[in-house]
Design a protein around this ligand. Sequence first.
Ligand SMILES: *Cc1c(COP(=O)(O)O)cnc(C)c1O
Length: 384
Amino acid sequence: MNVLKDSESFIREIYRGKKDISLHEPYFSKEDISSVTSSIKSSYVSTYGKNVSKFEIKLQKYTNATDVVSTVNGTSALHLSLIMSGVKKNDFVISQAFNFVAAANCISYLLADPIFIDISPKTLSICPEKLKEFFDEHTVMNKFGTCLEKKSKRPIKALIVMHTYGHPALIDKIINICRKKNVKVIEDAAESLGTTYKNKHTGTFGNFGTLSFNGNKIITTGGGGALICKSKKAGTLSRHLSTTAKKNPLEFFHDAIGYNYRLPNLNASLGISQLKKIDKYISSKRKIANLYKDFYDGSDYLFFKEPPEARSNYWLNAILAPNIKERKRMINYLNKRKIYVRPAWSLMNALPMFKNCFPTDLTVSQNIWERLINLPSSPIIKKK
Ligand SMILES: *Cc1c(COP(=O)(O)O)cnc(C)c1O
């Protein structure tokens, strides 16, 4: 098989009738359009309006969460989750180098620093064994029960784990390790809405979970996000902080430094109609994933499958090329032919802002970064 040429014709066969094949396109139905139109006609387009809390309740029911707070994007949800976890200046927050930049940026917003732990090749998320090794070698507990980095004595307050490309992390193991160290667990579930692990939705395992409804995610509100909270109390406080911490609407009295992070009503109206279709999107994506899996079976390219006990939304399909040279060759070949496959994000420790981060072994992250290719993964929904 000529893997470059055959990949091109195979992807063209999946997305028949399209000249330019993008990585991930949103799909809008008539219902989406009428939902947004009626929101405009109501004149409630900003933070007031009934769609925002309606969307929050629908998300809460869908994920079986305790409380869900909508936000303007996934990044603001991550920022809030760190504030809610008590992260302060000079703290450390554990995360992964193989990640979109949002988590590391949010850690920096609070003047804390990230520590990047290597990923597992089976999940592309934080490796529980490497995490345990890090805690054993590099941390001590103080008399107040706070986990400290041994040398600097700086507190480690939280960990952000990401469910990469829609596949769940080994989240129960990670939580067990962190619980013993009093480290809060935040799940970045921006890519994994609808994914379950051991029959439970990603984003509902940790202290907090975050979602994104950006245009390239499984459902979209244009821009948008949400914070999944473990308790009603955490939900109420997060919602308060996301709406400028206003205590008294008549007197404009604010009791904390708040944020203007709540999702506008206009975006929420799109979210409500998009969420109705998520099961259809997931089943289409799982079919596409199966086609890719069968196609690359027996080739030099390894198709990335959902881990055991998981049902992934297969948001973005991924394959591993044999080496960096072949990865670059495939990406160049297909992009020239208007099939917009792409490599993984640059590792966080390779970015100028994080190049002096705490040194850890990132062998697997580096190896996966060298070889990974994301394949076109838009759901195929027939127009009625
Ligand atoms: C999309 C994404 C985000 C945040 O997205 P916003 O664009 O801020 O909504 C965060 N983390 C990951 C892993 C993402 O893929």
